[in-house]
Ligand binder design. Structure first.
Ligand code: SF4
Ligand code: SF4
Length: 313
């Protein structure tokens, strides 16, 4: 059953072309009313009771909701054409914009999509030994901690958390699924007396963790670092900032909902359509680095996308 459009010109304060809107939207419309929320409320009530009605006024939705409650029927749909198109100083005809607003309002609600991300609390801490080791000590009760110190740093033997040496070469991923590559990697060998021994250094060691706590005070590991879930940074010279980050890290254990913000539509993408790099606009504007070129097409990592909308603008 097609919907009925209920129009009102708000005491003649806007021009509403009912016939044109009915034609443009394909919705039945019995002309334009002038005070649906007051003296013509009976007309509104009758239409609401008949069902499948769209009222082109959002301002008085509450008044119409009272009618719905009295009649015990389904609520109508509301679309604002008055404030968004009718009341304008623009001299251009308003009918096309009103028709577009109504058509837009009739589109199905986009489906909310999300996935669960699990963080088991494995946390990599990077930074200078004093602050990194003290931070590890604060988190051992809640997280499974590993500290990465730069090659040559002194290792204090402990069974409470892991300490390794190396240079963090590369990091990718997000909460629950970070991947890291470490050069000059050395693991401590606990046992015996005195300073623990170390494995022979090796490049390209790979590891995984759920959380990265960056206390280096240096360049962030990721673009738009504040948008990277599970990546926490603090200025190591600021005790309050470090304490705040320790608390934030301690909360990152469990299952989290990750909204899936974007959907790649290859037919709209010049790069994918041409099957070769032809346009890089969205790659250039994406602050998180979630969009990348994969040979003949463009791909988006939905786990990294922060939903800023820049690529869709
Ligand atoms: S507020 Fe809405 S229903 Fe009331 S007169 Fe204005 S347009 Fe009509
Ligand atoms: S919405 Fe687009 S631009 Fe923004 S983070 Fe996601 S992919 Fe990047």
């Amino acid at each position: 059953m097609s919907k009925t459009l209920l129009l009102c010109d708000c005491l003649s304060s806007q021009t509403v072309d009912a016939a044109a809107l009915s034609k443009a939207t394909g919705m039945a419309c019995a002309g334009c009313h002038t005070s649906l929320c007051t003296s013509q409320i009976d007309i509104a009530a009758k239409a609401i009771e008949a069902g499948d009605v769209v009222i082109a006024c959002l301002q008085e939705a509450q008044r119409f909701a009272e009618v719905v409650e009295e009649l015990e029927v389904d609520a109508p749909q509301f679309i604002d054409i008055r404030d968004r198109a009718g009341w304008t100083d623009d001299t251009a005809p308003t009918t096309p914009k009103m028709a577009a607003l109504i058509a837009d309002g009739m589109l199905p609600e986009p489906t909310y999509r999300s996935v669960d991300v699990v963080s088991e609390g494995t946390c990599l801490i990077i930074g200078a030994p004093d602050v990194a080791l003290a931070t590890a000590q604060s988190l051992v009760e809640t997280l499974s901690v590993t500290v990465l110190l730069t090659p040559g740093a002194d290792i204090v033997p402990t069974h409470e958390y892991d300490v390794m040496l190396g240079k963090l070469k590369q990091a990718s991923g997000t909460i629950g699924q970070f991947e890291i590559k470490i050069d000059a990697f050395q693991q401590s060998l606990l046992g015996g007396r005195g300073t623990p021994g170390l494995t022979a250094p090796r490049d390209g060691a790979l590891s995984h963790c759920d959380i990265i706590l960056d206390l280096t005070g240096g360049t962030p590991l990721f673009p738009a670092p504040e948008k990277r879930d599970g990546y926490l940074r603090a200025d190591p010279k600021s005790q309050p900032a470090v304490a705040k980050t320790i608390f934030a890290a301690s909360q990152l254990v469990g299952t989290f909902e990750k909204p899936l913000y974007v959907r790649m539509e290859p037919t709209l993408c010049a790069h994918s359509r041409a099957e070769k790099p032809a346009c890089s606009n969205c790659l250039n504007v994406c602050p998180t680095g979630a969009i990348f070129s994969v040979g003949e097409h463009v791909s988006i990592d939905p786990m990294i996308c922060a939903g800023c909308g820049a690529c869709a603008a």
